[in-house]
Structures are given as structure tokens and as C-alpha cells.
Design a protein around this ligand. Structure first.
Ligand code: AMP
Ligand code: GLY
Length: 423
């Protein structure tokens, strides 16, 4: 089989790494890919948002299956486009991808089906939003409705902060039309967990529960980022807690989406908070997570392509997802300054050293200049390690992180620490 992966991040590198291990696959393509991916797949320099060119490429190369990494092409309808042209692709249709494409759609959907989530109000009028925020309980969470590259959420601890966020989103329109509507929602307290499942529209197969580290600094301080590291499984989530997430959140979501004529096929990724009242949905993503994928796929034992074909045929109830014993930890190395301004084109050293056993280096923002890897983005690499215990997986990942250098390289020192602290 010939498989095409769309995207250029660590998530896509982990997908390519996993697909390479499938007995069903002969050739792997990636558009556009990066330096690391080009070592494992044939890269074609097509931007992820150029759906027509991606379609033409898939037709020309007789691609048997396309897997989409990022949300934008899904929300733009790449699955509809490929399927209408007779091509196999794994991901939700445009209507189903609204679960990530519109936060207002999702909040109303969750409320309609009584799926637990934070209390909220929606505003399209700037003055009304300001009036509400002026008297709302703090902290207050403000979210732009549409896609904002992970930057559309502001946690406000005082009204002045809320006013500033509303001004940015609704008045200065820093996210454009994505800020036409805003959600003002209750701040939820508790441990955060990422639940990823594959769905065929009816059945679900769950990957291990994972935890991302969204903030830039140790101890979850500073600005939100795309994610600075992850580990799996999460020791603080009990079997009973996981069961509740499945029966109160994930399964009802898939059932309700089908009932609303938006059957959901693809990866459903729920960002949840385990509150004192039980698990609640923070957000849905319609794709694999980054950096969760970099720790979840190395933990998985199943053939991903076989599972995806089962999902495309509505046969996921026949698949038993198996994870290895032990744990994986993945540490993101970022460019200094990220998620604000940062420099690129820094030569990366240490990638050619022999890798320790059970260690993987997934590339995000890297590219090749005269045969050498240089930085090309905010998040540059994810180093993942597997070990029999989380403690050892973390230590092992950091050992390899310590061997990689580039000018301004930055990483958090506490990836997985919350997992170790859990009783
Ligand atoms: P999102 O972009 O929706 O993933 O939100 C970014 C981050 O903001 C989440 O990962 C949470 O850490 C935090 N967050 C979002 N909504 C809430 C909420 N209602 N209560 C507490 N934290 C939240
Ligand atoms: N891990 C955050 C995301 O993929 O959106």
C-alpha cells in the first residue's frame, strides 16, 4: 500500500514512524514533511492548506490511504474532497470536524446532549461581552470561536485582563473572523488529560490516556503553547475514571454526532479536566494531538494501518487496542522565545549520535540546509523514550535531550513530574 501523511510536525513524524512498522505498507509519502520525516518518507513540498494540489498528488501517486495531521485541512473539508474523488482518507468530514472548527458549535452540542462541560455564555456583541465579563466570577476563561492556532484561549484572573482579551479578539480582531463570536466560560479546576480514540462513526478504540504540558515554563507557568511535552499512560486516571470518560463523554458524543447527521469517523481527541464533580470536556480536537501522538504511538502495539482500515469499514468493535507495559515520555525542544518571537535557521547538533534503545527523536520544525538540519519552527524536536516505569522513561528521554544542542534551545525540565507525584 501507498500511504500519504499530511503535515509537517512531530505528530506527523510519529505517524510516519509508526506506519513504517506496518506490514501492509510499501511506500510512505508526506506533504510537506520536514528534515526528519524526509529520512523515513518521500516528502512532497505541498502546503497543508492547498487541498487541490494535495488531491492531484494523491491521484497521481495512486495513494491508497491518506492520513491528515493538522486541523485546518479537515475543517476546510479535505476528507469530503478526497472521498468525492474516490480516494481513501482517514479523518472527519467538514461537518464532523466542526467539533474542533467551532467552539460555539461544540458548547451548544455538549449542552444539547448533556455531556459534562464548563458553564458558558456566547457573545457576538462586543459591549454585551464586556458587560458580562465586568461582573463575572474570576478566573474567567475567554475563547475565540474559530481556529486560532492554539492561541484563542485566555484565562483571566481579573476583569481588566478580560477586557483586554475581549478587545484583542472582538475589537482589534487579532484572529480575524475566528473572533466574531466569543465564549466566556467557567474556569475548571483539576488534572488535565488527553483522551484520543479512533472512531468508525459508531464504535471507539481508545489509545492510552496522556497528559500534555501546554504552558511554556516549568510548573505550568507562562503562556500557552502548542504543547511542550507529554507522557502516557496517566497514573492519576483510575480504571473507573477512564470508564466514566468513555460512557459519559466519548461514546455519547459519537452517538449524538451520528444522530445529528454528522457521523464522526477519524480521531476524536478530547481535552478533559478531572474535576471534583467528574470529568468535563474542555475542548474537542478532530485529529491526533501533538505532542500526545509522539508518546501514544510508540506505546501502541497494533498495526495502525490495519486499525484505520477497520475504522473505514465500520469494524472497530473487532479491534482490541493493545499498549505495551510501561510508559513513554516525550520532551519537546523548542526555539528560544517560543511561543512569542523566535529565530530560525540554527544549526542542530547531536542528531547523528547513536540513539539509546527505546528512544526516538521526532522532528517538528526542522529543515535541511546543505545536508544539515537547521531549526525551522517554534517547536523543533520531540524526544520520546519508553521504559518499564514512567520515572525511567522520563530520565531516558532527558538523557537524549541533553545530547542535542542548537543556539537558543529551550525545553521544560518537568515533563511527566505530575505523573510521578500522583499517588
Ligand atoms: P484549548 O486551546 O481549548 O486547549 O485551551 C488551552 C488551555 O487552556 C487548556 O489546555 C486548559 O489548560 C486551559 N483551559 C481552557 N478552558 C479552560 C477552563 N474552562 N477551565 C480551566 N482551564 C481551561
Ligand atoms: N496537544 C495539543 C494539541 O494537539 O492541540
Amino acid at each position: 500500500m501507498r500511504v500519504l501523511v499530511i503535515g509537517s510536525g512531530g505528530r506527523e513524524h510519529a505517524l510516519v514512524w509508526k506506519i513504517k512498522r506496518s506490514a501492509l505498507v510499501k511506500k510512505i509519502y508526506c506533504a510537506p514533511g520536514n528534515f526528519g520525516i524526509s529520512r523515513d518518507a518521500i516528502c512532497e513540498n505541498i502546503p497543508v492548506n492547498d487541498l487541490q494540489r494535495l488531491l492531484h498528488f494523491a491521484v497521481k501517486e495512486k495513494i491508497d490511504l491518506t492520513i491528515v495531521g493538522p486541523e485546518q485541512p479537515l475543517v476546510d473539508g479535505i476528507v469530503d474532497l478526497f472521498e468525492n474523488n474516490g480516494l481513501a482518507i482517514f479523518g472527519p468530514t467538514q461537518r464532523a470536524a466542526q467539533l474542533e472548527g467551532s467552539k460555539v458549535f461544540t458548547k451548544e452540542f455538549l449542552a444539547r446532549h448533556r455531556i459534562p462541560s464548563a458553564a458558558y455564555a456566547v457573545f457576538s456583541d462586543y459591549d454585551q461581552a464586556r458587560n458580562y465579563a465586568a461582573v463575572a466570577r474570576m478566573p474567567l476563561v475567554i475563547k475565540a470561536d474559530g481556529l486560532a492556532a492554539g492561541k484563542g484561549v485566555v484565562i483571566c484572573h481579573e476583569p481588566a485582563q478580560a477586557m483586554e482579551a475581549l478587545s484583542q479578539i472582538m475589537h482589534k480582531r487579532v484572529f480575524g473572523a475566528a473572533g466574531d463570536k466569543v465564549i466566556l466560560e467557567e474556569f475548571l479546576q483539576g488534572e488535565e488529560v488527553s483522551i484520543l480514540a479512533l472512531s468508525d462513526g459508531e464504535h471507539l478504540v481508545y489509545l492510552a490516556p496522556a497528559q500534555d504540558h501546554k504552558r511554556i515554563f516549568d510548573g505550568d507557568q507562562g503562556a500557552n503553547t502548542g504543547g511542550m511535552g507529554a507522557y502516557a499512560p496517566t497514573p492519576f486516571l483510575t480504571a473507573e475514571g477512564f470508564e466514566r470518560i468513555q460512557s459519559e463523554i466519548m461514546a455519547p458524543t459519537i452517538k449524538a454526532m451520528a444522530g445529528e447527521d454528522r457521523p464522526y469517523r477519524g480521531v476524536l481527541y478530547a481535552g478533559l479536566i478531572l474535576t471534583a464533580q467528574g470529568p468535563k470536556v474542555l475542548e474537542y480536537n478532530c485529529r491526533f494531538g501533538d505532542p500526545e501522538t509522539q508518546v501514544l504511538l510508540p506505546l501502541a502495539q497494533n498495526d495502525l494501518i490495519e486499525t484505520i482500515f477497520a475504522a473505514r469499514s465500520g469494524l472497530l468493535h473487532r479491534v482490541q487496542w493493545r499498549n505495551r507495559e510501561g510508559a513513554t515520555a516525550g520532551v519537546v525542544i523548542a526555539s528560544g522565545g517560543y511561543p512569542e518571537r523566535y529565530e530560525k535557521e540554527k544549526r542542530i547538533y547531536g542528531l547523528d549520535k547513536a540513539l539509546d534503545q527505546e528512544t526516538m527523536i521526532f522532528h517538528s520544525g526542522t529543515r535541511e540546509v546543505q545536508g544539515n538540519p537547521v531549526t525551522a519552527g517554534g517547536r523543533v524536536l520531540t524526544v520520546t523514550a519508553w521504559a518499564p516505569t514512567l520515572r525511567d522513561a522520563i530520565d531516558s528521554a532527558y538523557r537524549t535531550v541533553g545530547k542535542i544542542t542548537f543556539d537558543g534551545a529551550y525545553y521544560r525540565k518537568d515533563i511527566g513530574a505530575k505523573g510521578l507525584r500522583s499517588p
